[in-house]
Every structure is written in structure tokens, then in C-alpha cells.
Design a protein around this ligand. Structure first.
Ligand code: HEC
Ligand code: HEC
Ligand code: HEC
Ligand code: HEC
Length: 439
């Protein structure tokens, strides 16, 4: 008597357990997304709080995630490159090479990605997408796809990327130009086609969801990746039929969406943010790429050093800490015991003493006439010294203190802000930092 219902129950459970994972696999889709990299090939390592990214760690994390979820979809909203300094083009070249090794399924095109010309970007053979390319008469068509179909088992996902024309760096100079189309007509038609085919539509943009809804519209969009926030990812949220996510910038983290789909629509979702602290090892398969990059940066730097040596003429306005010490022994002692005195060694410790992007804040007067440019010629200006804060001191010294230093009328806060910027010193708080170096 007891047996029959028991059998039925076990049968039912068996069927249920067979069915559930199958049904799940059919209707499940996991997407890992990222936002702006902003030229951050690697974390600078300036502070623990700011140390959450880098392409080498990303490769390791993606590999782990793909092992656990083989059908994982990996997309980027773009914004990989930056144009802040002379080394950024070379870095950009390696960022693109690095991204090839990460095997992304689709990458949106943003304005910074076009800064070195569309050819520079397109040459990297990455899955770029620009959904509203301009159509200037006689101009070459842009070398990017307007959308990209990605299939995972039964799931078909179509990725789009909307380039905000109002954000164009050329807009102010030339008005309209051939890189982006302000009219969403073709874009709307493509979205509609995709939905008719039962595809899941994912769109990335640098606009906020609100601006995007106003300027372009959310119709037929299942997932919108809106403009990145500074470093930290936002909460995922529904806006009508669209699931909106907001990535963080500077390549610090990855976002993950685990979706349950029903008839090509999102029935359920779970959102997680994955940090990349230094407990995630660097991917060994990217070591050659990284060594190659560092060798190029070093060669580039040494070339500049040679040029600087030839240009050297006249007396430098900087004298170095040893000269200041002769009259300011007490202040010198305090400085000597501070972290500032070893700032150059910190670069040497991480094998970065040849990278102009780092030397800038870890020496005196880098990129200024007579400032630090090389250990052999300007070794007396390594580290953060008196003149990093007070300004070049030769005139003051020659007047035996009778002439004020260049930064004498700067506030303390302004002096620190030259280097203690948000990306490199996120925990900076003047009131707690100043006592540590006050002299
Ligand atoms: C805009 C200025 C700036 C630039 C550019 C910069 N740093 Fe720094 N760095 C700092 C500051 C400020 C600190 C101190 C941060 C703190 O303690 O709040 C620091 C600290 C460090 C430290 C010491 C960390 C520790 O644990 O004591 C290392 C190592 C370092 N930076 C490496 C680099 C490297 C490598 C680069 C280039 C990729 C770089 N920095 C570029 C300003 C800069
Ligand atoms: C030959 C001696 C001498 C040398 C070398 C010297 N100073 Fe001075 N410094 C003085 C004297 C004297 C005063 C006081 C001037 C006053 O109070 O009017 C002074 C004042 C200062 C002050 C406070 C007033 C101001 O102008 O802001 C600072 C800061 C300073 N020195 C920094 C430096 C630095 C940095 C160096 C190295 C680049 C340096 N000094 C090298 C003699 C010297
Ligand atoms: C990290 C920035 C920084 C460095 C490095 C630094 N100073 Fe200063 N120094 C300051 C600030 C800020 C003040 C305070 C100015 C004020 O009170 O408005 C100051 C004040 C002084 C004064 C004025 C008298 C005093 O003690 O308040 C002297 C002299 C001086 N510094 C000399 C030096 C010398 C010499 C060195 C290098 C051995 C040095 N400083 C390194 C930022 C720096
Ligand atoms: C020229 C760039 C530069 C300027 C200007 C500068 N700093 Fe720094 N500071 C650094 C760097 C680089 C480090 C990291 C040194 C290291 O550990 O290698 C640092 C480290 C420090 C530290 C040590 C942090 C720790 O982890 O203990 C303190 C404190 C500090 N700075 C305070 C200040 C204050 C206050 C000012 C302004 C009055 C200032 N700094 C101006 C570049 C600068």
C-alpha cells in the first residue's frame, strides 16, 4: 500500500529532476559584460582600493567563468582606448592585442576608440559593433559591423552599439560628420527585425538610460548597457520591458547577468558584480604579450631620453633635495623618513621605472624643462621631493632664501592634488595625510 504512492513520488521527482536542468539549460543565458577600460591596460598599483583590474587578471577570471559556464557570452560596451598622454597610442595597440586574447563576442565602438582613426581600431580584428555609422557622401564605409549575432545553444542574441553623436569630439569643430548618424531610423528597423526573429537584443551606449530613452527609445531592446559610472557598477533594474545595467569604468570589475528567457523575452534575472583584486592571478598565457608591451614602452622611453640629452642646454631650474638640505636640515629629515622619498624605488620594485605614465608623479619635474628624465643624468631628481611640492628652487637657493618659491601662494590641497588624484590615491584625505608628512 505504501509502495505505490512512494513509487509515484519518486517517479515524479525523477522526471522533475531530469526536466528542470534541461529546461533551465534551454532557457538560461549568462552574459558577462564590461564597460569602459579607459586605457587601463593594468592597474597602477598606487593603492589597494584602486587595484581592481587589468587585462591579465581579466583573462584569468574569464577563463574560470567560461570553465564553469561554457555557453557564457562575453561583451564589452567599448571605450577601450584613451588619449591622455604620448604613451597612450602604444598602450592602445597592446590593449587591442590583449583583447584579441580575451575572446570577446562583441565590443561596442565609443569615441575614444576612434581617436587614432577607425583603421587603427578595425585592424585589431576584434568583434567591433557600431550600429549608427555615418553615411557621408563619397566617404569610405566604416570598417565595423552594425550588429552582431551571437548564438549559444538555442539562444540567439543580437548585439548593437549606439554612438552618441552629441558626444563627438569633432562635433564642435565641424558640426555633422561621417562617423555617426544621429537618426535612429535604421537602428529601429534592425531592432524590430531582430525581435521578429525571436532574438534577444542587447544594446550598449554611453548615454544614460534616461537620455537614451528620450533620444533613441527603448522599444525592442531587452538589455541596455548604459553609460559607465566611475569604476563602480550600478544595480540592474527594469525600465518597462528593458533590463538596464550600468558598468563601471577603468576596467576594474566585470558585471554578470544570469537570465531566464521565455519566448525570446527576459522572464527572470540575477545580477552580480565581479571584482578583480590581486588574489586573481595574472594569466600566464598573457605573459609574452605583457613582456612585449613593457619592452616597447622601455625602448620608446630610452629613445626619448636620448633626444632629451641632446636638447639639454643651460642650467636646470631644479636643484634636488640635497641642496635644500644644506639650509633646511629639519624639514629634510621629515621628508627623508616619508614615503615620498622612496617613490621612485616603488616604481623600480614593480618594474615600471621606464614608463612615462608612472614616472610623472614619482619624480621631480618630469616632462618639464630641466626636470627628471633619466636615472643617469637626473638621478638627483628621483622620487617625490621638495621641489615636487614647492616648485623649482634654483632661484630661491641662489638668493639664499630671499626669493619665494614658485608655489609659495598655492594652498596645501592644491599642492597634493597634482598627484593624489582619485585614480591613484582614492583614499586621499588631506586631514589624515598631511600629518604624516608635515614638516
Ligand atoms: C597622478 C599621479 C600618479 C601616477 C600617474 C602614478 N602614480 Fe603611483 N602613486 C601615486 C600616489 C599619489 C601614490 C600614493 C597613494 C596613496 O597612498 O594614497 C602612489 C603610490 C604608488 C605605489 C606605492 C604603493 C604602496 O603600496 O606603497 C606604487 C607601487 C605605484 N604608485 C606605482 C605606480 C605605477 C606602476 C604607475 C604607472 C602605471 C603609477 N604609479 C602612476 C601617484 C601616481
Ligand atoms: C642657502 C640656504 C637655503 C637653501 C639652499 C634653501 N633655502 Fe629655503 N629658505 C631659506 C631661508 C633663509 C628661508 C626663510 C626666508 C624667509 O622667511 O623670508 C627659506 C624659506 C623657505 C620656505 C618657506 C618660505 C617660502 O618661500 O615658501 C620654503 C618652502 C623653502 N625655503 C623651501 C626650500 C626648498 C624647497 C629648497 C631647495 C630647493 C630650499 N628652500 C633651499 C634658505 C634656503
Ligand atoms: C608633499 C609636498 C611637500 C614636500 C615633498 C616638501 N614640502 Fe615643504 N611644505 C609643504 C607644504 C604644503 C608646506 C606648508 C605650507 C603652508 O604652511 O602653507 C611646507 C612647508 C615648508 C617650509 C616652511 C616652514 C615649515 O616648516 O613650515 C619649508 C622650509 C619647507 N617646506 C621645506 C621643504 C624641504 C626642504 C623639502 C624637501 C626636503 C620639503 N619642504 C618637501 C609641502 C611639501
Ligand atoms: C609629485 C607627486 C606628489 C605630490 C605633489 C604629493 N604626493 Fe604624496 N605621494 C606621492 C607618491 C608617488 C606616493 C607614494 C610613494 C611610495 O610609497 O612609493 C605618495 C605617498 C604619500 C603618503 C604616504 C601614504 C601612505 O600609504 O602612507 C602621504 C601621507 C602623502 N603622500 C601625502 C601627501 C600630501 C599631504 C601632499 C600634499 C601636501 C602630497 N602627498 C603631495 C606623490 C605625491
Amino acid at each position: 500500500m505504501l509502495n505505490k504512492p512512494f513509487c509515484k513520488l519518486t517517479m515524479f521527482l525523477c522526471v522533475l529532476f531530469m526536466w528542470v536542468p534541461l529546461a533551465w539549460a534551454d532557457n538560461a543565458l549568462s552574459i558577462v559584460y564590461s564597460g569602459n577600460l579607459d586605457g587601463e591596460l593594468e592597474p597602477c598599483g598606487c593603492s589597494a582600493e584602486g587595484n581592481f583590474g587589468g587585462i591579465k587578471r581579466r583573462a584569468t577570471l574569464l577563463q574560470q567563468l567560461r570553465e564553469a559556464t561554457p555557453d557564457l557570452l562575453v561583451i564589452s560596451a567599448g571605450g577601450l582606448l584613451s588619449t591622455n598622454g604620448p604613451g597612450d597610442r602604444l598602450k592602445g595597440e597592446y590593449i587591442l592585442k590583449g583583447f584579441v586574447l580575451l575572446n570577446y563576442d562583441a565590443i561596442g565602438v565609443q569615441w575614444p576608440d576612434l581617436a587614432y582613426g577607425p583603421g587603427f581600431t578595425a585592424d585589431a580584428s576584434l568583434p567591433w559593433v557600431l550600429s549608427n555609422p555615418g553615411s557621408e557622401k563619397g566617404a569610405e564605409p566604416l570598417p565595423f559591423s552594425t550588429d552582431r549575432l551571437i548564438t549559444r545553444g538555442k539562444q540567439r542574441v543580437r548585439f548593437f552599439s549606439w554612438l552618441d553623436i552629441t558626444d563627438s569630439p569633432l562635433q564642435k569643430m565641424q558640426g555633422q560628420h561621417g562617423l555617426a548618424d544621429a537618426s535612429p531610423k535604421k537602428f529601429h528597423a534592425a531592432l524590430q527585425r531582430a525581435k521578429k526573429e525571436g532574438e534577444l537584443t542587447v544594446v550598449s551606449t554611453t548615454l544614460s538610460s534616461k537620455q537614451f530613452a528620450e533620444q533613441v527609445g527603448l522599444d525592442n531592446i531587452d538589455v541596455l548597457i548604459e553609460g559607465a559610472a566611475y569604476e563602480v557598477y550600478g544595480e540592474a533594474r527594469r525600465e518597462n520591458h528593458t533590463l538596464v545595467v550600468q558598468p563601471g569604468s577603468r576596467g576594474m570589475r566585470l558585471g554578470r547577468l544570469d537570465l531566464t528567457l521565455k519566448a525570446g523575452r527576459i522572464a527572470g534575472w540575477q545580477h552580480t558584480v565581479l571584482p578583480m583584486p590581486d588574489s586573481i592571478a595574472d594569466a600566464p598565457q598573457l605573459q609574452t604579450w605583457y613582456d612585449d608591451y613593457n619592452a616597447k614602452v622601455k625602448a620608446d622611453y630610452l629613445q626619448r631620453v636620448e633626444a632629451r640629452k641632446k636638447q639639454q642646454s643651460g642650467q636646470s631650474p631644479f636643484v634636488g633635495e640635497a641642496v635644500c638640505q644644506t639650509c633646511h636640515e629639519k624639514q629634510h629629515k621629515t621628508w627623508f623618513d616619508s614615503q615620498h622619498a622612496i617613490a621612485y624605488e616603488s616604481l623600480e620594485n614593480v618594474n615600471k621605472a621606464f614608463d612615462p605614465a608612472c614616472i610623472q608623479c614619482h619624480t621631480v619635474g618630469f616632462d618639464q624643462s630641466g626636470g627628471f628624465f633619466d636615472m643617469n643624468v637626473t638621478g638627483h631628481l628621483m622620487g617625490v621631493q621638495c621641489e615636487s611640492c614647492h616648485g623649482a628652487g634654483r632661484a630661491h637657493v641662489e638668493a639664499a632664501g630671499g626669493k619665494a618659491l614658485p608655489n609659495a601662494d598655492w594652498s596645501k590641497e592644491k599642492i597634493c592634488a597634482q598627484c593624489h588624484t582619485q585614480p591613484h590615491s582614492p583614499g586621499f584625505d588631506f586631514n589624515s595625510y598631511w600629518p604624516k608628512i608635515a614638516h
